[in-house]
Write a protein that binds this ligand. Structure first.
Ligand SMILES: Cc1cc2nc3c(=O)[nH]c(=O)nc-3n(C[C@H](O)[C@H](O)[C@H](O)COP(=O)(O)OP(=O)(O)OC[C@H]3O[C@@H](n4cnc5c(N)ncnc54)[C@H](O)[C@@H]3O)c2cc1C
Ligand code: HEM
Length: 386
């Protein structure tokens, strides 16, 4: 909770900082990387910096956090914090790094707001920063402590590399040492670290796409303009060893016996396929509705796995949308308007942002409460900032 002294200052300066935060974060990252160029080697994504997505995600999260503190003084925005903490933990962020970020962020704020900032404003926003940082540090400590080992990276050997629909590839891994393995929950992801042809190391997250538990398999879609997926597709072969993080991610199947709706588009089917697999493996009698959208049938990366798992479950149904019309599939983009949504369902969503925004809106209109809608974004979460 903000102190009585800072509350009115943050409340009064929220519109000002909110309107400037989009300019402050690029200045912050420029300062951070000038002082610590090593943070771009194996930690921050070079592409997210170039595209500006990470700047937007950071700006959006700070603005959302500060307005939450003002509008709901007695609580913290758990969902926002949890997502960031899982992402941070998958990258091995440490407590002392928060002081480094603080120094460069506040130097950028002082530079950007030079004409209006007072010591009182700086102090109030310092309080906002440390409330957020302390909450994240606490969550991240808990996430690290819940792992079966204390290592950030462990070696896993590629046991199989299997084409999965046009443009996608499934990597099945086996442990390459005897580090104890954390059991992953269905829907979680791992970070994968690779060395690029220019020698820079880069990390990306990949949802586990098959069995969870102590198995590790993930499915990547090739992004021709990207840095990591082309290396995985073209340079990584069976027998090679990849560095993998422990599993993280808060979009996991919630316990219960209510109906589950899994809605995905394109490569967004990976976490939902893993959730579906766990339901099939446990012989669940929950009602399960699988909704998937693709451009063509051939590009559906986990088609046979998902159709097999739907077959295995008495209570499961599948509906497909294809941009290219095909018998047995709906034509065009997915819409919930013609779907008979089960009452009291929980909805798990993954796919491009416009897809998720649309389906989430339709689900809310159809009576699913926002608290029962869970979504995974395959990149920095710029939903908050948009
Ligand atoms: C929690 C989570 C789970 C994920 N799970 C999966 C999964 O299961 N399967 C999967 O395939 N992916 C998944 N992803 C996405 C994955 O992490 C990568 O983002 C994806 O593989 C692309 O990485 P890349 O290195 O190939 O591309 P990047 O190097 O990250 O590039 C991404 C895009 O940015 C573009 N870009 C680069 N520079 C600029 C610029 N200046 N302006 C505009 N655009 C630019 C590139 O052209 C490219 O199209 C997940 C992501 C998250 C966060
Ligand atoms: C209060 C302080 C911080 C806030 C509010 C914050 C916020 C965020 C947000 C919103 C994301 C995107 C998460 C997502 O949508 O998946 C993110 C990712 C990230 N954060 Fe932080 N963060 C903070 C501190 C730190 C620190 C101390 C470090 C370590 C140097 C750090 C390193 C990273 C990295 C490497 C990523 C992934 C970015 C990428 O590769 O594109 N963050 N953070």
């Amino acid at each position: 909770m903000l102190s009585d002294k800072s509350f009115p200052v943050v409340e009064a300066t929220l519109p000002l900082v909110g309107s400037r935060i989009g300019d402050i974060t690029p200045k912050f990252y420029a300062r951070l990387f000038a002082a610590h160029p090593e943070l771009l080697d194996g930690l921050f994504s070079r592409s997210n910096q170039r595209s500006g997505n990470q700047q937007q995600a950071l700006a959006g999260s700070i603005a959302a956090f500060a307005s939450h503190l003002v509008n709901n003084p007695d609580t913290l925005p758990e969902t926002v914090l949890s997502r960031i903490a899982h992402r941070h933990a998958s990258l091995g962020i440490t407590e002392p790094q928060y002081q480094v970020v603080y120094e460069h962020l506040f130097a950028a704020i002082a530079e950007d707001l030079a004409e209006v900032i007072t010591p009182e404003i700086a102090e109030a926003w310092t309080e906002v920063y440390w409330l957020m940082a302390d909450a994240l540090i606490k969550l991240e400590k808990g996430l690290y402590a819940a792992q079966a080992n204390t290592k950030m990276w462990t070696p896993w050997k590629v046991a199989a590399k299997t084409p999965a629909g046009t443009g996608s590839m499934t990597f099945t891994l086996e442990p390459a040492d005897d580090t104890p393995i954390t059991a992953a929950l269905p829907g979680q992801y791992v970070s994968v670290k690779v060395t690029l042809p220019d020698g820079l190391r880069q990390v990306r997250q990949y949802s586990l796409s098959g069995d969870a538990g102590t198995s590790r398999s993930f499915t990547t879609k090739l992004d021709d303009g990207g840095e990591v997926s082309p290396v995985l597709h073209s340079n990584v072969e069976v027998g090679d060893v990849l560095e993998i993080s422990n599993p993280y991610g808060e979009i996991t199947l919630k316990e219960g016996d209510g109906p589950v709706v899994l809605a995905s588009a394109g490569i967004g089917c990976t976490p939902t396929a893993s959730i579906l697999r766990s339901l099939a493996e446990s012989g669940s009698d929950r009602q399960v509705l699988v909704l998937h959208a693709e451009s063509t049938l051939d590009s559906w990366a986990l088609r046979s796995q998902m159709t097999d798992d739907v077959e295995r479950l008495d209570g499961a149904d599948l509906q497909l949308w294809l941009e290219e019309p095909q018998p047995g599939a709906n034509a065009g983009f997915m819409t919930l308007r013609e779907v008979d949504l089960p009452a009291n369902a929980s909805l798990y969503l993954c796919g491009p942002l416009p897809f998720m925004k649309n389906i989430r809106n339709e689900a809310i209109n159809a009576g699913i409460p926002a608290t029962k809608i869970h979504y995974e974004v395959f990149g920095p979460d710029i939903w908050l900032a948009s």
